[in-house]
Design a protein around this ligand. Sequence first.
Ligand code: ATP
Ligand code: MG
Length: 394
Amino acid sequence: MRLTNDWQAAIRVIEKIEKSGYEAVIVGGAVRDTLLQKQVNDVDVATSAMPEEIKKIFHSTVDIGIAHGTVLVLDEGQPIEVTTYRTEGIYVDFRRPEQVTFVKSLEKDLERRDFTINAMAMTKSGELIDLYGGRKDIESGLIRAVGDPNTRFREDALRMLRAVRFSAQLGFTIESKTLSAIQQDSDLIEFIAKERLHMELTKMWTTNKVYDGINVLVESKLADYLMGDFHKYLEDWRYFSATSALVGWAYLCLLNREHLGEIINYYKLSNKEKNFIRNVLNAYQSLLNRWNELDYFQYDLETLEVAYDFAIWQKEKVPFRKEHIALVKSNLPIQSIGQLAINGNHLKDWASQKGGPWLKVALDAALLAVLKGQIKNDEKHLKDWFLNEFNDEG
Ligand code: ATP
Ligand code: MG
């Protein structure tokens, strides 16, 4: 096993905790991804020590979720999340509780985890603790609830959407009893805070199997209780692929553009997401009428390329290749408005007039003429154009 820096830092954290007389192991996603020989992102540590004890053992810690027993340890170079063994106590309204109960045994901690593949632990020397057959399910590519699936989904209904997300992320199948339970309980997803739905879908958009994920979302009936029509637009997702989650949100919005406002509100999209969506949807609309120089100028390359992909996925006819976009954009006479040789003050001088709506019209016309290569971008040529041609036209 090749040890990443994170994993090595986690081992040092575990050694220190053990020296103080407590247990500690690596848990959750890191163990799963190691068995899958996938890149491990965050290495989480679980321990029998209480959060206060962890804060005594390490000099530098941050309370990132003390109510849930999580302390971030910074001592060992890489930040490592250390969480006290816990159960989740009482579930109200099918949601994960705000408060948790700390327990002394790792078994209890693993029992509260959602899926067998996520419920394994590993000691610092790499010994696997697998109480629920997680390794076997990894080998068979199965997402299986720990314990009775209906009970687990009624405790925390988000787990149903997590099953779909993990199936897309890992290319796994949801085991049949787990899938039936989701189909039975799918309506409970309506109780879940929209921020948590947002988090899971955000993770899904950058997986390799988004189309498969949407398919399972429909098959599991979760789609019936989520905003957006996944059933009707299933085939539109077939070629979708993205390295940024923003693209997933934008595509969902494009497909459901008749309910754009509702989608944005329901999933509580951020300002960054909203701006990206607005730009891409506008660029997409312009593309259908053929982009002009102003479009190439005003949208950044990413926006243009995403709008282009959308058009392809939507089977729109686009009469040029994607590489063409960067080429056209880089060949524009200017790249930003600051590079235009004149500004509003020049125009006001030349016209001997105060500012007003005419000014924006004239500046836009100058910009477009420069972008189209009709006028050279210097003061003299622009002045000639303004005094002789623009005024005549306007
Ligand atoms: P990723 O690599 O996508 O972050 P992960 O397995 O680390 O995957 P997280 O959402 O970060 O997923 O959760 C960490 C671990 O906490 C999971 O592996 C699982 O054991 C447990 N877990 C997270 N959310 C839940 C939940 N809603 N119910 C039960 N256990 C959960
Ligand atoms: Mg994680």
